[in-house]
Structures are given as structure tokens and as C-alpha cells.
Write a protein that binds this ligand. Structure first.
Ligand code: NAG
Ligand code: NAG
Length: 352
């Protein structure tokens, strides 16, 4: 009996020891089962929490540095992208605006400065070829152009052939083409200008027509015409490239209010350097295609464009106010000026 009792005591001790060992082992292997820690085994253990707090303490600086670094690299990336985009699309730099006419920054001041500017000649021309010589016959014809023969060096036989471009969306007389062709120039007409095409051909004039090629300030656009044809509209730079011309002796254009954006694009991409004489009909009754802003800023923009021309060496030798057009200036009639002028400049820095 005693022996059996002893052996059963030993068995109980063994059992208790085994339980204790198992408990210790369990606690060692599963620290979250310690009293005082929450029961969810998915919760990170205490030691890890301390580590997290430790990391969190450093976080403000570290994270800020990381954020700054990623922001810098993002902005660098953005800048690189912009530069790539600008390079691929050859985005021109924006036009430098002239200062306001005076401190009042008023419409009146801007309008007077502009009108005074386009009415003041900067270059004297002693011999000119003009529409005015035939005023009797062409009375009422839009746009009185004038070409300064003092600055037509290419008319001498030794020089490279004289080249003339003319652009118009309105049907009009062909006297400009005829006269320029008569003085020995190769004339390229774009848009709707050729009205008496057959007459010109019969007289064997050197006139080349490009009725489907139109001048634009944007890169390569296809315009669908009502007849279902496609008209390509190009920047002057592209037209010159396509026709294989390096320079233009006279560029005459009535772009029906697209003149401001076209002029801007030709100035900014430098194509105007290839032009010796520029004859442009400007329209003042409204701001023009894609010209935004209030009246004051619009006039300042127009003025800035013409001043940029002057900066590039273009001097005004001819200014004609069309009396047959409405007396409107940005929808206002009180300025008593025609809504249409034809201006002529000579590029005094022409290199050809
Ligand atoms: C025209 O716009 C300019 C620039 O946006 C502004 O400074 C000026 O006050 C405006 N003028 C008028 C008369 O609204
Ligand atoms: C307006 O201009 C015309 C000629 O351009 C001139 O004859 C007329 O006197 C002017 N009127 C005013 C009010 O200035």
C-alpha cells in the first residue's frame, strides 16, 4: 500500500513538473499569452511595439527627408518631361509684352499709342510699286499694298530669283500677283487669291497657285473643305521647307484676323528672318483668332507684336487705312479709325 502510495505521489509530482514545464515552454514560445498582454495573437508583440514607437519617433525627420526627396525627383521628372515636350513640340517662348503706355493702364492710352504707332513711318521709300498707281481702275479694291523697290536687290539679274508669297482668304483682284510677276518675280499664291487664273496663265505670268495650302500659326493641321477636299494648313516654316525655298522677297497676306497669331508664331520661331518685305493687312474691329484678354490687354498685345517686329529690324515704310471698311476699333466707333489697315515693312537685317 505504502509503496503504491509513494509511487502515486511520485506520479503526481511528475505530472505537476510536466505541467509546469509545458506552461513555461508555452509562455516562452507564445509571449502574447503573458498576463497583461491582449489576447489577439495577430497583434504585434510588445517588443515590436517598442521598436515601432522608436521608428515613429524618428519618422518626422526621416519621412520629411524622404518626402522632400521624392518631391524633388518628381518635380525634376516633371521638369524633364516639360523640357522634352517643349523640345519635341518646339514650343516657342512667350512673346515679351511691352510696358503699358502709361501709368493709367487705360484703354484710351493703349489705343492712342497703337494707332499712333501704325500711322508713323520709320523708313523712307523713294521708289515704290503700288496699287495706288492704278487707283482709278481698282477703286474699292481691298488693301492698298506697296512694295519698296529701293529694297528689292534681287531684281538684278545676277541675284537669286525674286520670290513672292501672297496669302488671302478673300477673292480679290490679282493686280499684286500680276505686277510682281511683271517685275520678274516668281509668285506663289495661297488660298483663294487666284481669281483670274486663266488670264494669268494666258499672259504667261510666273504665278504658281497653291489653293489648298494655307498659312497657320499651329503645326500641320488638316482642314476639311465644304467640297470634301482636304486643305493642309501649315506654318510658314513648313511651307518654305516643302517648297524648297530659303527666303522670300515679298510676303503679302490678308489673313482675315488670323494675322496676330500667325505673326506671333513667325516671330517666335524665327521664320520672319527669311522675309525681306512684309505686307500685312490687319483687322482691328475685334481681337482676332485666339487672342484673349480685355480690350486694354489686347491692344497692348498687338502693339507688343509690332514692336517685336521693329526689334527684329522690320521698319514700317507704308501704312494705308482702308476707308471702305467700318470705322470700328474693338467694336467701338468713337476712335474714328478704320477697322482695317495695310502695313508694309522692310526687314533691314535681311541676310540673303
Ligand atoms: C484688363 O486685364 C488686366 C490683366 O488681366 C488687368 O490688370 C486690368 O485691370 C484689366 N482692365 C480692365 C479695364 O478690366
Ligand atoms: C474722322 O476721320 C475722318 C477721316 O479719317 C475725318 O474726316 C473726320 O473729321 C474725323 N472725325 C472726327 C470726329 O475726328
Amino acid at each position: 500500500m505504502g509503496r503504491r502510495g509513494l509511487s502515486s505521489w511520485a506520479f503526481v509530482r511528475l505530472l505537476l513538473l510536466g505541467c509546469w514545464a509545458l506552461t513555461v515552454l508555452h509562455l516562452l514560445l507564445n509571449p502574447w499569452a503573458w498576463p497583461g498582454t491582449t489576447g489577439d495573437p495577430r497583434e504585434p508583440p510588445l517588443s515590436y511595439t517598442i521598436l515601432t514607437i522608436h521608428q515613429g519617433y524618428q519618422a518626422p525627420q526621416v519621412l520629411a527627408r524622404q518626402r522632400l526627396r521624392s518631391r524633388l525627383s518628381a518635380s525634376q521628372h516633371y521638369q524633364d518631361e516639360r523640357e522634352q515636350l517643349a523640345h519635341s513640340q518646339k514650343l516657342p517662348r512667350p512673346l515679351d509684352l511691352q510696358p503699358w503706355a502709361d501709368l493709367s493702364e487705360s484703354f484710351q492710352s493703349e489705343a492712342y499709342r497703337f494707332l499712333n504707332y501704325i500711322g508713323t513711318l520709320q523708313l523712307h521709300c523713294s521708289v515704290a510699286l503700288s496699287q495706288a498707281l492704278q487707283r482709278g481702275r481698282l477703286d474699292g479694291v481691298e488693301g492698298a499694298w506697296e512694295v519698296c523697290l529701293d529694297h528689292m536687290t534681287t531684281l538684278s539679274p545676277k541675284q537669286e530669283k525674286c520670290l513672292v508669297y501672297t496669302f488671302s482668304v478673300v477673292k480679290r483682284a490679282t493686280d499684286f500677283e500680276e505686277k510682281m510677276s511683271n517685275v520678274g518675280c516668281e509668285v506663289h499664291t495661297f488660298g483663294l487669291t487666284p481669281q483670274k487664273e486663266d488670264n494669268l496663265r494666258q499672259k504667261n505670268h510666273q504665278v504658281v497657285h497653291h489653293p489648298r495650302l494655307w498659312l497657320d500659326w499651329r503645326e500641320h493641321r488638316l482642314i476639311a473643305l465644304p467640297q470634301g477636299q482636304k486643305s493642309s494648313s501649315r506654318k510658314l516654316r513648313q511651307i518654305l521647307q516643302e517648297l524648297g525655298h530659303a527666303k522670300i522677297d515679298v510676303l503679302e497676306a490678308d489673313l482675315a484676323s488670323a494675322e496676330w497669331k500667325v505673326l506671333e508664331s513667325m516671330l517666335l520661331d524665327g521664320t520672319l528672318e527669311a522675309v525681306h518685305q512684309l505686307i500685312l493687312t490687319i483687322h482691328l474691329h475685334w481681337p482676332g483668332y485666339e487672342v484673349a484678354g480685355n480690350d486694354t490687354t489686347v491692344v497692348r498685345y498687338w502693339y507688343s507684336l509690332l514692336k517685336e517686329l521693329e526689334t527684329r529690324g522690320f521698319l514700317l515704310f507704308h501704312s494705308y487705312q482702308d476707308p471702305h471698311r467700318p470705322q470700328l476699333f474693338l467694336h467701338k466707333s468713337h476712335l474714328n479709325t478704320s477697322s482695317s489697315y495695310t502695313l508694309g515693312w522692310v526687314n533691314t537685317r535681311w541676310m540673303f
